[in-house]
Design a protein around this ligand. Sequence first.
Ligand SMILES: *[C@@H]1O[C@H](CO)[C@@H](O)[C@H](O)[C@H]1NC(C)=O
Ligand SMILES: *[C@@H]1O[C@H](CO)[C@@H](O)[C@H](O)[C@H]1NC(C)=O
Ligand SMILES: *[C@@H]1O[C@H](CO)[C@@H](O)[C@H](O)[C@H]1NC(C)=O
Length: 497
Amino acid sequence: MLPLILAAPLFAPAVAAASDARQLVTRGDGIIRSPVNALPASAPKVLGRQNGIDVWNQNSGTRYAVDIEVGTPPQQITLILDTGSPDTWLNPSCKFASASGNQKDCQSFAQFDATQSSSINVTNSGDILVYGSGNATIQYVYETLTIGSATIKDQIIGIAKESHLIPLGILGLSPPPGGRNEYPYVLDTMVDQGVIKSRAFSLDLRGVDNKNGALIFGGIDTGKYIGDLAKLPMLSPRESPRGGDRYYVTMTGVGITAPNGEVLQSEAIGVPVFLDSGGTLSQLPTLIVQALVGFFPDAEYDPKSGFYYLPCDIAEENGTIDFFFGDKAIRVPLNDFIWQIQGFCILGVVAEDEEPILGDTFLRAAYVVFDQDNRNLHIAQAANCDTNLVAIGAGPDAVPSKKGKCTALPTATATATAGSGNLDVSATRAPTNTFTGSGPTDVVVGPGPGATKGSGSGGGDPQATGEAGKNAAGPGRAVGWGPAVALGLVNLLGWML
Ligand SMILES: *[C@@H]1O[C@H](CO)[C@@H](O)[C@H](O)[C@H]1NC(C)=O
Ligand SMILES: *[C@@H]1O[C@H](CO)[C@@H](O)[C@H](O)[C@H]1NC(C)=O
Ligand SMILES: *[C@@H]1O[C@H](CO)[C@@H](O)[C@H](O)[C@H]1NC(C)=O
């Protein structure tokens, strides 16, 4: 059920949908593959239909976007790829994109013209979607979408009547954070219409300098990772920090492999983290961030944004920031972990004690299969040595446990001794240097996680327009936009195993 919107419909009633001339395009093996290209800002590379959509790294890794086709005849629309929210919507209001640079950025993308589509079916329902950064007031419509080589019909999507701080619409691929579908999301419809066999996709964002990643619905590519895919159970909403149902798993350690091969690693910890492709930076508990920052003596802390600025030559060095999930280590090369924007170099993590996130600065180094049906994430170190697509079927073992064909790590690293405990993540370390300059301008990070709609409501009626933000995921602390973070000792100790 959709919440009703009382305002007048945004559009003139659509032309009655003539029978859709486009056939449902489905590959026999139920795999929809979409190349991921790391591209500089603007200039999306348009690929042929056979290759599916193009997922591109925009604005130095500020966001990852996909091009999909909407309506009949199809209009190409660029959307942020977001594993942190379930709703898909279009047409942000550029006049509220905040800074002037963002207005131009926002205006550089095509908007969907609903009057030109014969397959649109406008509803009287709407909603207010609240994100970590920004929000959108949308009206729901039924439309035909083409994603990669697959066309789905009658997908409910939002068309924004007004939005703030979000320069692009969003393709949402998360489960409903409130634990209950309000309507069939894109992934649900792909399964319902037989395009893929189960609600699962794999995501390989790739490094900032690499143009060969992919988003694959219903399949994995064993030529894109090293070793086994570690199966990590998704935490239940009850186990997750704010009770939202998200792609949460338990991170059991952090570490650093220094350029000289020295290995630092925390003791065993148990921190719930959720994997959010819509998050530009990662957000981890204060004490963990301070422990990692301790390794960069030149880091300058900006209390206004929460960012740690670094000398840019650090991004050229070998070495990795390491994340552990049981036996599995994901090592993020410094070059991918440091966010390089407008000549500034910013450490890829900020402090957040309430809702820890591994965002793009982590995902660039990971190959992740998101299996909503079985509530597991499967994770491995990303690499690129071959192309070998394997379909994800249905049932409990739908995600094939295939070893990755790749062997070499992206940069030379030593082998860590598990749980060596020589990186102390329990000590408070005040930042030693303060950043006093002004940072990058006109950059909106995020959008960050979608609000946990309905989670406090005991699964009652769908929330009417205007109440959607009630259980918003946090105080809307966009990466770096919030106040300086409080000491997280209590939280962190709570998560220590
Ligand atoms: C639009 O949706 C309504 C309600 O589901 C349905 O009755 C109607 O047939 C649809 N119209 C078109 C053109 O798809
Ligand atoms: C959306 O964001 C804008 C800008 O931050 C804010 O003024 C507005 O109140 C928000 N709207 C909702 C419904 O949260
Ligand atoms: C990084 O490691 C590679 C391979 O060991 C080496 O060739 C390169 O010189 C190193 N780069 C730096 C900046 O140390």
